[in-house]
Design a protein around this ligand. Sequence first.
Ligand code: SAM
Length: 238
Amino acid sequence: LFIDAPLAEDTEADSLPGQGRYLGSVLRRGVGDAVLLFNGRDGEFEASIAALRKDSARFVLRRRLRPQPPPAGPILLIALLKRDAMEWTVEKATELGVAAIRPVLTTRCVADKVNRDRLGLIAREAAEQCERLDVPEIADPLPLHTALDLWARQDPVAPLFLGAERGAAPPLAETLRQASPASGPGWLVGPEGGFAPAELDAVRRRPFVVPVALGPRILRAETAAISGLAVLQSLCGD
Ligand code: SAM
């Protein structure tokens, strides 16, 4: 269970609002029962429920079971999709170990806003379900060129793999086998309508962009996002 409080042995901590109901009605836990807690910073703790109210709960922390792993995983830059596709992508990307999701705005995007609270909740619940000890950051949408400028400011600059659905690009798996990035590669996926030609040219001109393909078919944006992350996870994830 994710809680937003410091975690240390032999201390007490409060749940987030709504978790009392979740513990009592969904998980059928009561006072004295054990739960596993994480906060994205201090690792994983075994705790027991000291008090359970309708909305909230209080825990007594027993012992640390796992230390906090160092931040890792690819960063997904994805053209903003329609709400359902975006939500599905956030859930699956979290399970696949994405470090952060940065929605980007491109000419052919059909949406221009995200509900970050809702996406954050989906990421948190997916992190709980797959037992990862951090919750990926969901960034505010940025224009594509701003997101690329930001990427270029890293030191050293990690490769940003571009999902190139048409034209010649080597397979992502083959590219990774030849040179596995040290850490934090990016995966850039366009909108349902694809990148506009001028946009694609500008992306390809960035020195850190590596166009790659995921087979000969045109995948939906969310399929491309998740299958690319699955390849990255299986070949260079932890
Ligand atoms: N309407 C576009 C077209 O016909 O060219 C298709 C866009 S596709 C639905 C959405 C995005 O998914 C693309 O911009 C690309 O980033 C990614 N994508 C789709 N198929 C891919 C593939 N086979 N390999 C790599 N990326 C792919």
